[in-house]
Design a binder for this molecule. Structure first.
Ligand code: NI
Length: 140
């Protein structure tokens, strides 16, 4: 059956700080730059969720975009939008909220729900700034 790759974009705004507890502010600044600022800061993130699946021959869709959007909203956007990624998000607990860790955690949250729809999660892309983004394909 023909496979297509369907991508849904969602946006969210969150605060974070990148740091390791055991390091000084100066050491953290050397590693994480401005993202280690002790009093938090925010980003306007863009999340791209790409799903791979068969085109349903009767309907002509791979899956219903509204359903996909609802899943992303319920399991990700509602939990991260206008929240502090270091403090407020259960699925990021104990993780340094880099774009890398965010992408992997989002994959882990979404993959089972997309499987339930009869499709397969193919890629998570998280864009933190205009110039930087991370892509994760579920590879270990
Ligand atoms: Ni930052």
């Amino acid at each position: 059956m023909p496979k297509t790759y369907l991508t849904r974009r969602e946006r969210f705004s969150s605060a974070h700080r990148l740091f390791q507890q055991e390091l000084s502010d100066t050491e953290n600044a050397q590693i994480y730059g401005q993202c280690s600022h002790p009093n938090w800061h925010g980003h306007n993130y863009e999340l791209f969720v790409t799903v791979k699946g068969d085109v349903n021959p009767e309907i002509g869709f791979t899956l219903n975009l509204k359903t996909l959007s609802n899943i992303i909203k319920t399991y990700i956007i509602d939990k991260v939008d206008h929240k502090n990624l270091n403090l407020d998000v259960p699925f990021l607990k104990g993780k340094i909220p880099t774009t890398e860790n965010l992408s992997i955690a989002i994959w882990d949250e979404l993959a089972p729900h997309i499987k339930e729809l009869g499709a397969e999660l193919y890629k998570i892309k998280v864009q933190e700034t205009e110039n930087n983004f991370i892509e994760y394909f579920g590879e270990l």
